[in-house]
Design a binder for this molecule. Sequence first.
Ligand SMILES: C[S@@+](CC[C@H](N)C(=O)[O-])C[C@H]1O[C@@H](n2cnc3c(N)ncnc32)[C@H](O)[C@@H]1O
Length: 219
Amino acid sequence: MGVAEFYGRWAALYDRVATAPGVARWRRAAAAHVADRGDFVVEMGCGTGVNLPYLSEQVGPEGTVVGVDITGPLLDRARERVVELDNASVVRGDATRPPLSDSDGVLGTFVCGLFEDPAAVIDDWCDLVGSGGRVALMDATATEEPLGRPLNPLFRAFVAAGAPGSTPREVLRAPFARFDAPLSRRVEASRTALAARTEDRRYETFAAGFVGLLSGRVH
Ligand SMILES: C[S@@+](CC[C@H](N)C(=O)[O-])C[C@H]1O[C@@H](n2cnc3c(N)ncnc32)[C@H](O)[C@@H]1O
């Protein structure tokens, strides 16, 4: 099953997970990392648009926010979400071949683990914002923080359950296998690529280290 088909099927459930209590704090922080007043900011893989109100508030009335996603049913929900926001809109498109050529900032949350070649995608996003522009990535991985480590098996099952194409057997075995290893490799590759292209970087973690937010200003 492809990414768009998978997320399209689970759009309503995904929206509930994406708006779970406590998650708002991470999303507000992500918006603050990437957007300033008056900016034009693009969110790649915006899903149901949960970040868009935070980005909209951050850029203010003189700024603009565009959400991009390949999954129609998720974008429908995102469109409902932005209908009352004067400075935000959504467009269907592929984040690995951005449909926009210029912006002040690019945000990608929980999306880099889905790309075949995340380093190449991050390079393109850095080119898109150009020198002085900001790129921010927020992703979940297993944690090394002592408080969270006992929950890593649960995290692996969550990753398996949320991965396009995984079987029930894989979900059951995930806590005992490194099911999350490809995801972690991709997230790591995206962070390494971002670090190579940026300065003035900030990194913060949430949820006992399961969620990491890295941002930087392109050289
Ligand atoms: C785990 S969801 C995250 C959604 C949203 N960023 C959030 O934080 O709630 C991953 C999203 O990435 C989108 N996506 C995956 N690959 C994509 C691509 N190549 N281009 C655009 N969107 C993509 C999916 O459709 C889905 O909406």
